[in-house]
Design a protein around this ligand. Structure first.
Ligand code: GLP
Length: 248
């Protein structure tokens, strides 16, 4: 795992944008696995700037998102399709038909999951997968548990995740209790992985992901088995990894 230690959120966002832009420049029709949450917003802003300056084109890029709340429509302002439109897609030259987010309203949830994996396979897999990390070490919405679940699936969100995401909803009760998430299979099959993290509250999750035992109680720990992971994080998020002497 290559680790980039950045001073703060802005520096982390710039470095992460450089990694993603490099992939797009190298392979204009690449397949990007994209993530939501507050962490990638600064990175997406940088990519939008590059696109507006004419330095980066998304015209041939295909994207698949990691996850979506079950029960939220694409127009719901806390849904991940809406997030992607507002934070990236509406501002760059990507073709709408080249973007895919799980359908939170799918009438056949199992079919949505198998169809999602089939779609990723039809694209030839993911070239670069962007990941944030939850406080409990989740990636996408792969929550801690007794096994790593490989295919795309519907997951029951943990109380900790519901608490963490309640800040975006009017009340905690409004947070959906389930979500669709890409499984560990397509994530680990991605050719490259870009993991990003910011802030002291992620320090433990980052430490467990990078240095902890590889087990499904910290889903991110499986990334230690991937041969091409770049972790871009600020010093606060890396504090425990730095204290352990793993990164200077
Ligand atoms: C959600 C998303 C994850 C994301 C995580 C961290 O649970 N499903 O993909 O990585 O939140 O979010 P944040 O970046 O806001 O800390």
């Amino acid at each position: 795992m290559r680790i980039y230690r950045e001073k703060d959120y802005e520096a982390m966002s710039l470095r992460a944008a450089q990694v993603m832009a490099a992939e797009i420049i190298h392979r204009p029709n690449c397949v990007l696995g994209l993530a939501t949450g507050s962490t990638p917003i600064g990175m997406y802003k940088r990519l939008i700037e590059l696109n507006k300056e004419g330095k980066l084109s998304f015209k041939e890029v295909r994207t698949v998102n990691l996850d979506e709340y079950k029960g939220l429509s694409p127009e719901h302002d806390q849904g991940y399709r809406y997030f992607m439109q507002k934070q990236l897609f509406d501002h760059v030259d990507i073709l709408p038909e080249n973007t895919r987010v799980p359908d939170g309203l799918a009438s056949d949830p199992d079919g949505e999951c198998t169809g999602y994996d089939a779609y990723i396979r039809s694209l030839g897999g993911i070239d670069l997968q962007l990941l944030g990390v939850g406080h409990n070490g989740h990636i996408g919405f792969n929550e801690p548990g007794d096994v790593f679940v490989k295919p795309t699936h519907v997951v029951d969100l943990t109380e900790r995740t519901i608490d963490a995401n309640a800040r975006f909803f009017a009340t905690r009760d409004d947070v959906p209790k389930q979500a669709f998430t890409m499984g560990i299979g397509p994530i680990m099959a991605a050719k490259k992985i870009l993991l990003i993290a910011s802030g002291e509250e992620k320090a433990e999750a980052v430490y467990n992901t990078v240095c902890g035992p590889i087990n499904p109680h910290c889903p991110g720990s499986i990334l230690q088995l991937h041969s091409d992971v770049v972790l871009v994080a600020d010093e606060a998020a890396l504090s425990k990894v730095i204290a352990a002497g793993v990164v200077k």
